[in-house]
Design a binder for this molecule. Structure first.
Ligand SMILES: Cc1cc2nc3c(=O)[nH]c(=O)nc-3n(C[C@H](O)[C@H](O)[C@H](O)COP(=O)(O)O)c2cc1C
Length: 197
């Protein structure tokens, strides 16, 4: 059986991002479970802020097509996002808004065609006690309602993220490790079931 392909997308691209660290930890755990985990850096997509005039002038940017191809090539997507004022980051929303604007052509399906029925999982992290939980609640709605993704019910918000990792990048609290594993296992079960259905 082919290894499941998990695309892991941190919602923050800054140096030292706790969410990127959590994404990297989740990738390690997924690989240890025999999956193929790929991290996608949203900043590297170089997407301008969505602007309908820009779209009319030059179409959807190449970075949005790269995001689409990465999602299409994966069996499941894991988003790992901070919250800004209780909301997912503009980096995530802008990338997915551009993705939603990709039209179907002879070369490629529509942006929304590759997200439909794609399994998704959510993690979040923040130095605050709430662990950016609110970002996941909005993101769950956004991905399900606008992108028809199938978001697994299990999710995990890592609070006090600045104290959570050891020098190797591993989570120190075994309960946090278990919570990440629970999300990954749930995502893998759904992805495997849909792959073989
Ligand atoms: C504009 C802005 C708004 C923020 N709002 C929240 C918030 O609502 N809740 C929270 O826990 N942290 C909030 N923070 C703090 C972030 O959680 C913190 O900067 C975190 O380190 C960002 O994630 P990262 O480390 O992955 O970049 C906010 C930060 C910024 C810049």
């Amino acid at each position: 059986m082919d290894a499941l392909k998990i695309l892991i997308i941190p919602g923050s691209a800054r140096d030292g991002s706790f969410n990127r660290r959590l994404a990297e930890f989740a990738a390690r755990q997924a690989r240890a479970a025999g999956q193929e985990a790929t991290l996608l850096d949203l900043r590297a997509l170089n997407l301008p802020l969505y602007d309908a005039d820009l779209e009319a002038l030059s179409g959807v940017p190449a970075g949005a097509l790269r995001l689409q191809q990465a999602i299409q090539a994966s069996d499941a997507v894991l988003l790992v996002t901070p919250e800004y004022n209780g909301f997912p980051t503009p980096l995530v929303i802008n990338a997915f808004d551009w993705l939603s604007r990709i039209p179907a052509t002879q070369e490629q399906p529509a942006g929304l065609a590759v997200t439909a029925n794609k399994p998704a999982g959510l993690l979040s992290a923040s130095p605050g006690a709430g662990g950016a939980l609110r970002s996941m609640n909005f993101l769950r709605q956004y991905l399900q309602m606008a992108f028809a993704m199938v978001v697994v019910p299990q999710q995990f918000a890592l609070g006090r993220a600045h104290e959570a990792f050891d020098a190797t990048g591993a989570l120190q609290d075994p309960r946090a490790v278990q919570s990440v594993e629970t999300v990954l296992q749930s995502l893998a079960r759904l992805a495997q079931a849909l792959k073989t259905a």
